[in-house]
Structure formats: structure tokens, C-alpha cells
Write a protein that binds this ligand. Structure first.
Ligand SMILES: [Zn+2]
Length: 219
């Protein structure tokens, strides 16, 4: 975490997340750097939460215009309107029928959802086999607030927006939910199990935090 220390004529230390997503520690002239950093360390969770909120706001909304970048499994595809009738990807391009241009947002959202169903299920099944944890039913969700969930009946729900994530992120979410088959909370036993079984979780967290708000648009 980068923290900028700004010395000011003031009595107390204050942490500020700026509009452009920087962390500023506004500190009195006589306060030691170690003390400032220790304070920031204590507030780490708060800082990360605020930072991801700001970063999510900074990400521009999709405009569905020619050349705009869409992500699928962590790879970038350029939106390309063409004279055909199917949505498809090929050679770093996401082809979309020019005749449906006005409905691009809805139709592309629908396409992501259909694709997500098969792709996410495949990863979930692979992780389930690898971890030796089997689940109930599988469903794709369109929730705006959660990446995944595991119900009391061990039904697993994964957000279709995960389709834009790199494979290791999807696998991390799958293993997170699958471990809930064994433990329904995030307690010690759950964490121990996840740490033992899943090598992906910590780095995947960064991606998930950064993409915390809908980057596709609600379709
Ligand atoms: Zn959980």
C-alpha cells in the first residue's frame, strides 16, 4: 500500500482517501514516520475498503462502442460490429451484429450469462473434484453484491460477471464456496481448510476487490 505523508500544521493524524484513489496521511510536523505507518497498518481494512470503492467509481462505464475493450477469462477483446447475426469471439475481437447495435448492452449481457453458465460450471466441477467436496445444484446469479454463495443445502451460486475474470480468480471463488460445503462460516476451521486446499485465494482477492462493482452493465 502506498501512503503519501502530508505534513500539516495540525494536532492529530488523519487518513484520507483522495478522489483519484490515493491514500494520504495528514500528519502533524512532529509525528514520527513509524507512528504514522503503524497507524495506517491498524486501519488497513478500512483503507482497503475505501480504496476499492473509489477505484470502482473511477472505472468508466461501458459505452458499447466500436473498439471498446471487454474481458473474457482475463483476456481483452475489442468490440467489433460486423455484418453478421451471431455474437462471437475470435482473434482478440468480440464480434457483435451491427443490426442489433441498439440492443448491444442487453444482448451482450445475455451472451455473457449463457457463456458463464457452461464455463463457470466447468471450473466448479474441476475444483469440486480436486478438493473432494461435492455440491448440490449450480446456478448463475446476476447479483450486484456477491461473487458467489453456498446455501444450507450446498447449492452453489456464481455471479456471471466472473466470466470476465482470469481463470485463477474463478477457481479461487469456486474453492471459497466449495469449502463452505464443509464449513458454513469463515471461522478458523474454514480458513485452515481453504489455506490448505486453495493456492489462489490471496492474489485473487485483489482482482475481486478491484472489480467490486458491475463492469458489464446490467443486462
Ligand atoms: Zn464465504
Amino acid at each position: 500500500m502506498d501512503i503519501e505523508i502530508v505534513r500539516q500544521k495540525r494536532k492529530t493524524l488523519s487518513l484520507v482517501i483522495t478522489r483519484d484513489g490515493r491514500v494520504e496521511a495528514r500528519a502533524p510536523y512532529n509525528l514520527k514516520v513509524e507512528q504514522i505507518l503503524a497507524f495506517a497498518e491498524e486501519k488497513k481494512d478500512w483503507i482497503e475498503k475505501k480504496l476499492s470503492e473509489v477505484q470502482a467509481r473511477l472505472r468508466p462505464e461501458k459505452r458499447y462502442v466500436e473498439g471498446e475493450i471487454f474481458e473474457i477469462l482475463g483476456a481483452s477483446y475489442e468490440l467489433c460490429f460486423y455484418d453478421g447475426d451471431k455474437i462471437g469471439i475470435s482473434d482478440k475481437k468480440l464480434y457483435f451484429p451491427v443490426s442489433y447495435r441498439e440492443e448491444c448492452k442487453q444482448r451482450l449481457g445475455g451472451w455473457y450469462k449463457v457463456k458463464a453458465k457452461t464455463v463457470l460450471k466447468k471450473f466448479l466441477d474441476e475444483e469440486s473434484k480436486r478438493l473432494g467436496l461435492s455440491y448440490g445444484k449450480f446456478r448463475v446469479s446476476t447479483a450486484k453484491t456477491r461473487w458467489g454463495s453456498c446455501s444450507g443445502k450446498n447449492d452453489i451460486c456464481l455471479n456471471y460477471r466472473l466470466l470476465s475474470a482470469p481463470e485463477y480468480v474463478i477457481r479461487a471463488v469456486c474453492s471459497h464456496e466449495l469449502c463452505h460445503v464443509a464449513h458454513k462460516n469463515h471461522g478458523k476451521d474454514y480458513k485452515r481448510m481453504l489455506n490448505n486446499l486453495s493456492p489462489y485465494d490471496k492474489i485473487a482477492d485483489v482482482w475481486l476487490k478491484f472489480h467490486s462493482i458491475d463492469s458489464l452493465g446490467e443486462g
